[in-house]
Design a protein around this ligand. Structure first.
Ligand code: SF4
Length: 282
């Protein structure tokens, strides 16, 4: 047995088995990232797709994904690599890249407009060791590092990464403990603490996916955006918020897509407290 200290679950992992996220294992009594360097997706994406609206707009970023997730969002858009049965198979089948390989690809695409490496598609913090090792090398080459994350990790993980991460988009998926706990299998308090720590050193933008009947009230958006308005980025600016539209996917097919007018209305509510609010998927 080995105890993982990466997220609030603190899984006790039996030797040779994996923790809840499917990405960490116990070997010789120690926890290791099973997904270290295991790449399931690699693409040169516009930075706006992360989404980041106020970090090198118009640039491209080499985006890499692995497998596994420590949440259980029923509407996951990347279930094939996050927490479906198929995702577990990547432990056997995913390609392996070294940090040097990945940074090499990033450098090769520099002349096309690539500014660095984004760790995205699945949850990067459950494999933070690979992020750290790549990000160190990338910084040494003058590249930027970006995380797209659910923010569900202990602050000790962030402390290891913070010297190397330049920007991130964190999902703040709602603003009730009920939704985080019962629907997503997460911990809102851990996400909020992570965001509060991240804004001290890093450019942070947040994304809230509006799911009908779950987190679509004006009251919840008002509370969420007021909390965000108290945060300040290192340059003194306000934290941008992306309000995004849900589509039925994976295990949440019991409701229609969010009405576009609901997304626009909630974005207006957020603008009562925040200067930078963007709508997505509309
Ligand atoms: S990162 Fe994975 S193994 Fe570690 S505590 Fe979280 S769910 Fe468990």
């Amino acid at each position: 047995m080995a105890r993982c200290g990466v997220c609030f679950r603190h899984c006790e992992i039996p030797e040779g088995r994996t923790g809840f996220c499917g990405a960490r294992t116990a070997k010789n009594g120690r926890v290791e990232a099973l997904n270290y360097g295991r790449i399931t997706a690699l693409a040169l994406d516009p930075i706006e797709k992360k989404p980041l609206a106020r970090f090198f707009p118009g640039s491209l970023i080499l985006s890499a994904g692995s497998f596994g997730c420590n949440l259980r969002c029923p509407f996951c858009q990347n279930s094939d690599i996050s927490w479906s049965e198929q995702a577990g198979q990547y432990a056997e089948t995913a390609e392996t890249l070294s940090p040097e390989d990945l940074v090499g690809f990033a450098l090769m695409t520099r002349k096309k407009g690539n500014i660095g490496v984004a760790f995205t598609y699945n949850e990067p913090l459950i494999g933070y060791e690979f992020v750290r090792d790549v990000a160190k090398l990338a910084h040494a080459e003058g590249l930027k590092n970006v995380l797209v994350t659910n923010g569900t990790a202990e602050l000790s993980v962030w402390e290891e990464l913070s010297p190397y991460v330049d920007a991130m988009n964190v999902d703040l998926k709602g603003f009730t403990d009920r939704y985080y706990g019962k629907v997503l299998g997460g911990d809102r308090q851990q996400v909020m603490a992570f965001i509060e720590a991240a804004v001290k050193t890093c450019h942070v933008e947040l994304t809230t996916l509006i799911v009908p009947g779950e987190n679509d009230s004006e009251e919840e958006m008002r509370e969420l955006s007021r909390w965000v308005s108290c945060l300040r980025l290192p340059d003194g600016e306000s934290v941008p918020l992306h309000v995004s539209r849900f589509f039925p996917r994976f295990r949440m097919q019991d409701r229609p897509p969010t009405e576009v007018r609901t997304v626009y209305r909630l974005a207006e509510v957020a603008r009562e407290a925040l200067p930078y609010v963007y709508t997505g998927n509309c």
